[in-house]
Ligand binder design. Structure first.
Ligand code: CTP
Ligand code: MG
Length: 239
């Protein structure tokens, strides 16, 4: 059975930690909104058949004009979770697999999107990209005193896109008991196991102003190769 996969992009956050005058998804990176970078990467991944964006309600018209007729735009909600739920509600009936991907991860390479997509299309019900934690991690008490050192070998920093069987993700949202910062967490509440595949450094989330500077510097040094991976610009000496 061939499966149809859609991507849902929560983009309705205000970006309070970035502190910009416009919603974070509309903030420019190399002259284009973060959201445009994120959607372009999704559209470059061959497995992604459709894209739905949850836009800041005040910017819905602008976002529609920006992304063109191939992208469905819905008004986002007050929380990320609500924005995702609103996007899931408009998916076509034939969609049976979903990627949820933050607009705030503009440099996510198509190769990572494809890696998560292929795991889901191959039958995994919930898949997230994750990276080992480079820093030492400590547990602290309310006073800021160290309680213990956590063994980081078993920890992963989780990114997006996160991929799911559609019915499972919708059930997880319908039964959500709390507000979580990712979708896999909701699926975990159902007792579903979640597979972690290798993440990508370039899929970092733009959260604070320094992250924008990091993204600009990255684009100065890397370009997207035909394989959907970032390559150093010097390589080959062209472009
Ligand atoms: N998001 C959303 N709807 C919300 C809140 C967040 O669609 N009500 C989206 C953001 O636009 C972003 C993603 O969820 O693409 C990840 O959220 P985060 O990085 O926290 O973005 P913001 O909520 O915009 O930032 P902040 O928490 O600093 O205000
Ligand atoms: Mg937020």
């Amino acid at each position: 059975m061939s499966r149809r996969l859609a991507a849902v992009v929560p983009a309705a956050g205000r970006g309070e930690r970035l502190g910009a005058a416009v919603p974070k998804a509309m903030h420019l990176l190399a002259g284009e909104p973060l959201l445009v970078h994120a959607v372009r990467a999704l559209q470059a991944a061959p497995s992604v058949a459709a894209v739905v964006v949850a836009a800041p309600p005040s910017q819905q018209q602008e976002v529609c004009a920006l992304l063109g007729p191939r992208v469905c735009v819905v008004p986002g909600g007050a929380t990320r979770q609500e924005s995702v739920a609103r996007s899931l509600a408009v998916l076509a009936s034939e969609v049976d697999a979903v990627l949820v991907h933050d607009a705030a991860r503009p440099l996510t390479p198509p190769s990572l999107i494809e890696s998560v997509a292929s795991a889901v299309l191959g039958g995994e019900r919930a898949v997230v990209p994750g990276l080992p934690i480079p820093d030492t991690v400590k547990q602290v008490d309310a006073a800021g005193r160290v309680v213990g050192t956590v063994d980081r070998a078993g920890l992963r920093a989780i990114q997006t896109p996160q991929g799911f069987e559609r019915a499972l993700l919708q059930r997880a949202h319908a039964g959500a008991r709390s507000e979580l910062t990712d979708d896999a967490g909701l699926v975990e509440q159902l007792g579903q196991s979640v597979l972690v595949v290798p993440g990508d450094d370039a899929a970092f989330k733009v959260t604070r102003p320094g992250d924008l500077a990091r993204a600009e510097a990255f684009l100065d040094r890397f370009k997207l190769g035909p394989d959907g991976c970032w390559r150093p610009r010097e390589a080959g000496g062209h472009g």
